[in-house]
Design a protein around this ligand. Sequence first.
Ligand SMILES: Cc1ncc(COP(=O)(O)O)c(C=O)c1O
Length: 404
Amino acid sequence: MSNTEVIPTSFEPGAAAKPGVIPLCVPELGGNEWIYVKECLDTNWVSSAGPFVSRFEQSIASYVGADHAIATVNGTAALHVALLVAGVEPDDEVILPALTFIAPANAVRYAGAWPVFIDVEPNYWQLDAEKVLDFLAQECQWTNGKLVNKTTQRGVRAILPVHILGHPCDIDAIYEIARKFDLVVVEDATESLGATYKNRPVGSGGDIACFSFNGNKIITTGGGGMIVTDRAEWAERARYLTTQAKDDYVEYVHNDIGYNYRLTNIQAALGCAQMEQLDEFVSAKRQIARQYASALSTVAGITCPQEAPWAASTFWLYTVLVDEQIYGIDSRKLLKRLEQENIQARPLWQPLHRSKAHAGSQSYRIEVTDRIHSKALSLPSSTGLSQRDLDLVVAAVTRTRSRL
Ligand SMILES: Cc1ncc(COP(=O)(O)O)c(C=O)c1O
């Protein structure tokens, strides 16, 4: 892309759709957002100092059941700092699923470490714990007290499971493996705030987890992120690193390289208002999922997303699989047909083992990811999706099938 070309925004997180278009996923800002933002402007607290930042942190900490929460400028920054405080060092390796948005893999590189991409399981499309175990047991060995990848000779330090699309991974299985191999777990829960795993909020009770509040997430601050952890020293270090590693506030003494990653008070004000509505948003998303499932599960060639026995998903983006042989056209042709009917849909992300950006990273036993990627299509999933619009989406998917 030339640097004079305008970047298309219609697929940016939470971008408003053109009039008449049913958007993929846009925010709902019908609560106290105006009042709280006005309070920031009226009181002159617009920067990263201000009462809403800590109020937002407390609100997320208490919702998730974490001892500490640290607000950041976005979810990618949260992941970067979470990796650093979890002890990931340059040339370490971090295990990631191949099917996820690229941000966690990039965050691993920001820390100077290397991702190793492992497959997702076929049922819920989350990091496959069995393949992680297989990789660690078969492909790694202990050398001088360090777990080393036999192929790359690098030390394996962490697992970074990503709870994709509002559905939790089998996180107990992942922690069991991590403990066995002395690895830390950095959870990317950016897409799954509000989901539960065995009745526990996603992101709770583990080593460290991260959330995102960009424009298409279940709650939004425009852009924003959060780190949660029960470990006091990690929380303290994260707060230090995200605020330029200031050791003396008067003399501006810095003993470490820090980052300007702190969320602003205005964004946190939005976050506080959004948190007041999170339970409603989760109910709305689950209701949308129920309606899609009842209308689309009988359409031949469309497979609706499943909920694991351990999970209550938020169905953040309601994503179906399109079987070309049975449905008649593939997911990308369906995407185009929906576009012609003014309905915004979206494929999942390019699998990371195929990303040129991460060409230097190893991948292991990837057998499911590509199939899911080629068949998956996310349908409009805004919490405010009206009954009329949902019916139009269902009719379009059904009609496209019957038109063949
Ligand atoms: C899985 C995943 N990880 C990380 C991020 C990064 O979050 P942010 O956009 O707030 O940087 C996102 C969202 O964009 C995501 O979907």
